[in-house]
Write a protein that binds this ligand. Structure first.
Ligand SMILES: *[C@@H]1O[C@H](CO)[C@@H](O)[C@H](O)[C@H]1NC(C)=O
Ligand SMILES: *[C@@H]1O[C@H](CO)[C@@H](O)[C@H](O)[C@H]1NC(C)=O
Ligand SMILES: *[C@@H]1O[C@H](CO)[C@@H](O)[C@H](O)[C@H]1NC(C)=O
Ligand SMILES: *[C@@H]1O[C@H](CO)[C@@H](O)[C@H](O)[C@H]1NC(C)=O
Ligand SMILES: *[C@@H]1O[C@H](CO)[C@@H](O)[C@H](O)[C@H]1NC(C)=O
Ligand SMILES: *[C@@H]1O[C@H](CO)[C@@H](O)[C@H](O)[C@H]1NC(C)=O
Ligand SMILES: *[C@@H]1O[C@H](CO)[C@@H](O)[C@H](O)[C@H]1NC(C)=O
Ligand SMILES: *[C@@H]1O[C@H](CO)[C@@H](O)[C@H](O)[C@H]1NC(C)=O
Ligand SMILES: [Zn+2]
Length: 516
């Protein structure tokens, strides 16, 4: 009798492996930080907000902040404050993704290549110093080149990438192999641990603002390299995180504002689709706003297969583009499952810049958590599709939350009429140029967000079981195994024992044991 009790307990402990306990053991964390735009000329004493807070004739420093100003780029104090906040909230992440742009938004005439290298080097040294033992994976932003946006594609014509490694000290972040790859065009690939591959791209090569690359097929051979890397990852059964500065698709704040040249946009999306089953997450910066994009299967606009997460910036700078506002500084802490490579959630932390300047003390707070504030179970294309679907029901307030987070709670009562709503939806769900264009054109003829589509009645529902299938299968197999095991035990027990009366109470006890 004792033996059987032991068997039952062992079996239940084993059964627990399918449940909650194993999930907890797989949790890992990493940071994303983006767009510092450190401005060494920020002057909190004599800066002129109309001149990027550089020394000016107006010396009304009561208006300026020691941690920054919404009209200006980040002073050094804000750069170090953001890094310190990362250190305070999560000092020992698996790695840090740093998605580019260290250079301030100043005219090319006001800086030079030497200053660009030094400026990036300042940020590099500080992040390395703050996290001396953490893997830090950087990518270049469009402002990190000189002139701005002109990211070179031919290493025979420029030693830019080599200089970033030496003069900007990225050789203190990248190992020898990554450095070798990086010199070819600012991209590299690395496996930080078994089963995961991080591919860091230089998407500034595809930017509509890069006049050096508008006539090419495959600048710096990055597409060919990326396809090969993804094939290799597949062979090695690795899951992939992509990190880059500029995302494909369109800006959600301005209609018809594409980030990539059309050919590059198409080729990039084709590669994302081809390898969608192994790319579990994608991380971008550049927009300074908080948003995301969904990629769909080419044969159907109903099946989301990829999700691109766009992190806001550290700089609070109000864009000079019409209709684009300022933002509070932000940093993102991701939680992922080390076995599946699936992002479980992220927490966004922010600095209320107004409050920090008044208090003369930077208190970083959690702005939101995707589990609590968006009710997202995980961050998969399927979950993010549900989030977009929930935007259509304006009454539930989720779209309004998205809008507030879009400026990192800088704009607390954002106004967004039906064309603004559709502009966001089109940018989020349409990455292909002609699909986006007809989405935006279509929005001009609809007047009411809720009339454009009723998500509750669409065919989206049929995806419900796609993602749950593996989990469900575990439960079914587990349940069948338990039933068979119990039947065998009972039969065995009946065979070796004539005392039939013991069986029912034992069976009843098994039924009451906890399964989690
Ligand atoms: C200086 O700042 C104060 C406080 O914001 C404001 O009241 C005042 O008008 C400003 N003076 C000038 C000259 O801009
Ligand atoms: C940036 O780097 C330059 C060159 O090493 C150095 O002189 C300067 O003090 C650094 N600035 C900051 C803010 O660390
Ligand atoms: C980094 O690693 C070195 C050597 O292992 C150790 O001495 C040091 O304390 C570590 N620093 C931090 C901040 O963990
Ligand atoms: C750079 O020069 C090398 C050697 O001359 C050549 O093999 C390579 O194709 C050139 N790279 C580019 C991008 O033109
Ligand atoms: C899309 O359709 C084409 C042609 O019908 C087919 O070859 C391809 O496998 C389909 N792609 C997917 C992802 O289903
Ligand atoms: C930020 O601080 C200012 C000044 O204290 C306050 O008015 C504003 O509501 C705060 N914003 C948030 C998101 O808490
Ligand atoms: C800044 O605020 C923190 C709490 O957020 C407090 O512990 C600290 O003493 C403050 N520092 C100063 C200089 O006021
Ligand atoms: C929505 O707001 C924008 C900017 O405020 C305005 O230009 C546009 O005409 C408005 N559209 C509609 C349909 O009201
Ligand atoms: Zn930027």
């Amino acid at each position: 009798m004792k033996d059987i009790t032991v068997i039952f307990f062992c079996f239940c402990a084993f059964g627990g492996e399918f449940g909650v306990d194993s999930d907890r053991g797989n949790k890992r964390y990493f940071w994303q930080v983006s767009d510092f735009h450190f401005d060494a000329s920020y002057s909190s004493r004599h800066g002129d907000p109309s001149k990027m807070c550089h020394e000016g004739s107006v010396s009304n420093f009561s208006q300026l902040g020691m941690f920054g100003n919404y009209l200006c780029d980040a002073p050094w104090k804000l750069v170090t404050s953001a890094m310190q906040a990362m250190k305070d909230f999560s000092p020992d992440p698996d790695f840090i993704l740093w998605s580019g742009d260290s250079i301030p938004h100043v005219k090319d005439a006001d800086i030079n290549l030497e200053k660009v290298y030094i400026n990036i080097g300042n940020v590099t040294d500080e992040i390395r110093k703050t996290f001396p033992n953490t893997s830090i994976f950087p990518v270049l932003g469009n402002h990190d080149s000189y002139p701005s946006n002109e990211m070179p594609y031919d290493i025979n014509l420029s030693d830019y990438y080599r200089q970033i490694l030496t003069s900007s000290h990225w050789d203190s972040l990248l190992d020898d192999n990554c450095q070798k790859q990086f010199q070819k065009g600012g991209y590299f690939s690395i496996s930080p641990h078994f089963g995961l591959r991080i591919i860091a791209l230089n998407t500034n090569l595809y930017s509509t603002l890069n006049t050096l690359t508008n006539h090419l097929v495959d600048p710096a051979d990055q597409f060919q390299w990326l396809d090969g890397q993804l094939d290799d990852a597949r062979k090695s059964k690795e899951k992939v995180f992509l990190v880059a500065h500029i995302s494909p698709g369109f800006f959600e704040k301005i209609p018809n504002f594409p980030w990539f040249y059309e050919d590059y946009n198409k080729r990039y999306l084709d590669l994302l689709r081809k390898h969608a089953d192994i790319i579990t997450a994608q991380f971008y910066g550049h927009e300074h706003t908080d948003s995301f994009r969904l990629l769909y299967d080419s044969n159907s606009t109903e099946k989301p297969i990829g999700c691109l997460l766009l992190s806001p910036s550290v700089t609070p700078w109000r864009s000079t583009l019409p209709g684009v506002g300022a933002n509070n500084p932000a940093i993102r802490l991701f939680e992922y499952d080390i076995e599946t490579g699936i992002i479980q959630r992220y927490q966004q932390f922010y600095l209320n810049l107004t409050a920090a300047n008044i208090d003369r003390n930077a208190t970083w707070l959690q702005e939101y958590d995707t589990k609590e504030d968006y009710a997202l179970d995980k961050i998969t294309p399927y979950d993010m599709q549900h989030l977009v679907d929930s935007f259509y029901n304006i009454k539930n307030g989720i779209f309004q939350k998205y809008l507030i987070f879009n400026s990192v709670s800088q704009e607390l009562t954002p106004a967004c009429n039906s064309s603004c709503f559709q502009q966001n939806i089109c940018a989020i769900t349409k990455l292909v140029v002609d699909e986006y264009e007809s989405c935006i054109a279509g929005s001009k003829t609809t007047s009411n967000p809720s009339s454009t589509k009723n998500p509750d009645s669409t065919t989206k529902k049929h995806h419900d079981h796609d993602n749950d299938f593996p989990k469900l299968m575990y439960y079914v197999i587990g349940a069948i195994a338990i039933v068979i095991f119990v039947i065998f035990l009972i039969i065995g027990f009946l065979c070796i024992s004539r005392r039939r009366k013991i069986v029912p109470p034992r069976y009843a006890k098994f039924g009451s044991l906890p399964v989690n």
